[in-house]
Write a protein that binds this ligand. Sequence first.
Ligand SMILES: Nc1ncnc2c1ncn2[C@@H]1O[C@H](COP(=O)(O)OP(=O)(O)O)[C@@H](O)[C@H]1O
Ligand SMILES: [Mg+2]
Length: 511
Amino acid sequence: MLSQVFSCAVVGLDGEIVQVEVDYNPHSLPAFTVVGLPDAAVQESRERVRSAIRNSGLQFPNKRYTVNLAPASLRKEGPAYDLPLAIGVLASTDQVPLDKLIGAIFVGELSLDGSVRHVSGILPIVHRAWQEGFERIFVPVEDAPQAALVPEIEIIPVPSLGHLVEHLYELQVIPAYVRDELDLAVPPDLDGLTDFADVKGQEHVKRALEVAAAGSHNVLMIGPPGVGKTLLARALPAILPTMTLEEALEVTRIYSVADLLAQDKPLLRVRPYRAPHHTISEAGLVGGGSWPRPGEVSLAHRGVLFMDELPEFGQHTLEVLRQPIEDKHVTISRAKVTLTFPANFMLVGAMNPCPCGFYGDPVRECTCSPAAVRRYQQRLSGPLLDRIDIHVEVPRVDYDKLTDDRRGEPSAAIRARVEEARDRQRARFRAEARLQSNADMGPSEIRHYCQADDAGQQLLNTTLRQMQLSARAYHRILKLSRTIADLAGCDIISVTHLAEAIQYRPRKVLY
Ligand SMILES: Nc1ncnc2c1ncn2[C@@H]1O[C@H](COP(=O)(O)OP(=O)(O)O)[C@@H](O)[C@H]1O
Ligand SMILES: [Mg+2]
């Protein structure tokens, strides 16, 4: 007898419907063949399916089964097919009612005892099932809260294969998962972060980070060791604007596929903050593997990628970063597949000015040779530096300031201004779903939205000539000054906004 069950695969960040066909032949010798490009995990899955069925008190007749996973062109990976495969076997051997399989999707890994286990990528799976018009989806119990982020489709949390069979026969019905009300008015939890108020001095650095956060611009902090660069970067998440629901779902989807979501927090509300170590591999940074997974640049999507000790990452790694910084996504090509992952992050770098760290420091003498200083700084190529809008020096803090007990401005106050500036951006880009912040603007939007007044235009022209700026740098200055004007609540970019943006440009030579 032939049975058909629907399941769903994850390709990149998207779900793809998979049809599981099981042909049972009771008059042949025992065999269990799976066709349709299954990977090793699917082959293993037949062993789990066999044990799970038998240990659930059901029959697994020792005859011939031919399983087809369609479409054949799709590579199916992972153990998420255990449950549909088991249901397919049971349907083909007349142990579940066929009419109950219509309009339903099954996903889940099986343990040998028949209990249903967590699978990754539930969010894109359920989203696709809903898009394709399926009425209900059977998922592992622990994945139900995440599945429930997709509205309308019925979510049935399945504890075990035995429970599922009883449910299908309506002997003991599993109640559909009841969705929690999504309360976006409750602010996300930012406890435990360093408050900007506790960072002494460095007022101009805090200002630079506020501008960066307001428009999602890239920043590089340069200064001697122990002055608070790492401290400031860690405090950054507390001043970032809250994500919209669309942004939150977009980020959650990436973490769902990367299997990095906590069960009790199905929706990520706080912008990602990723701080990879400088020994990270290229695949770890931009994504990869024979079946590509999102890398740090994608895990930092809509948030911050903090690269401490930036020159230590090595020239090759830093060059690999240029493409995602420019395109705001990464494309990974493998023999069998080309995938695209979003990677719209704010790059925050920190570095010492030289190997010993004290070049230019007024108190401690630098012990590096001029050639060593140059070599160190040249690890960051011109094109990479050009893509960092805000360069800010972080000097040694005066003893008086360090010991001063007065607190600075708290993060919450800074965040309020950042939120307001981001609201202005969202209102401006209402009609263009692609744009969330000023940093997302392309040349035509820059022409349209970044009008400077006469004095500003004059300053810009002079600077362009004097600093011999590239067209990219010119556009980046305009985008940055747009953010500075947004923080000031101004529609027109004036000379003061431009002057601030220009002084954040990298100097041609630091040494
Ligand atoms: N401006 C500052 N205000 C308060 N504490 C500071 C400041 N700068 C440094 N510190 C203290 O020194 C420690 C080291 O600072 P860190 O941010 O790691 O320096 P850097 O990254 O610039 O080398 C911090 O954890 C903090 O305790
Ligand atoms: Mg540091």
